[in-house]
Design a protein around this ligand. Structure first.
Ligand SMILES: CC(C)(COP(=O)(O)OP(=O)(O)OC[C@H]1O[C@@H](n2cnc3c(N)ncnc32)[C@H](O)[C@@H]1OP(=O)(O)O)[C@@H](O)C(=O)NCCC(=O)NCCS
Length: 158
């Protein structure tokens, strides 16, 4: 591939819009390729019905990633952030996270909390680079095929 072509591919025209129920088939396909214990369709539809802030990032109509936050009484929580496997390492995760931070700020949140698997180094690196600090760990928070795994709790003031 020429340098010019790869530059064009890198400059995907991304759009952010609220997630809709009709998106769930595509979202779940991404979710299943991304997590060892993926959320089910009913978890996503519960998030939509509960009025959580659920967003997708698209390019040419295709969903490349999604993110979900909740905001209440000045605090926000990142519940999910995920990028389609073949679209990773092109800056989409970072853009999505910054977009969600802007939404949380708009809803007057002062802080954004999240949990991440200890073993999830790409995500931990992303959060660290975006100004999140480690607050501690939740022991045995996540399931593994054998046993459980700790969560790192992270937060960033907004
Ligand atoms: C975590 C995730 C959202 C990152 O998305 P992405 O679009 O690939 O990330 P970006 O290209 O925006 O990268 C931003 C930063 O993240 C970090 N990062 C991303 N992929 C990485 C990798 N494979 N190894 C180490 N750091 C990585 C880097 O700090 C990177 O910045 P840099 O390129 O300037 O070094 C993506 O890997 C993903 O969807 N993983 C599966 C779902 C998941 O684990 N979500 C997080 C749940 S808490």
């Amino acid at each position: 591939m020429t340098t010019a072509m790869s530059a064009i591919l890198k400059e995907l025209a991304l759009e952010f819009r609220p997630m809709r129920l009709e998106d769930l088939a595509e979202v779940i396909e991404i979710e299943r390729q991304s997590y060892p214990f993926p959320w089910t369709q009913s978890i996503f539809s519960d998030c939509l019905h509960a009025g959580y802030s659920c967003w997708v990032c698209t390019s040419a109509g295709k969903i490349l990633g999604y993110g979900i936050i909740t905001v209440a009484v000045g605090e926000s929580h990142l519940l999910n952030l995920c990028v389609r496997e073949e679209s990773r390492s092109r800056g989409i995760g970072r853009k999505m996270l910054r977009y969600l931070i802007a939404i949380a700020r708009r809803h007057d949140a002062d802080i954004l909390f999240l949990e991440v698997r200890v073993s999830n180094l790409p995500a931990r690196k992303l959060y660290e680079n975006e100004g999140f600090n480690e607050l501690g760990t939740r022991r045995s928070y996540y399931p593994l095929h054998e046993g459980r795994e700790d969560a790192v709790i992270m937060a960033r003031t907004l």
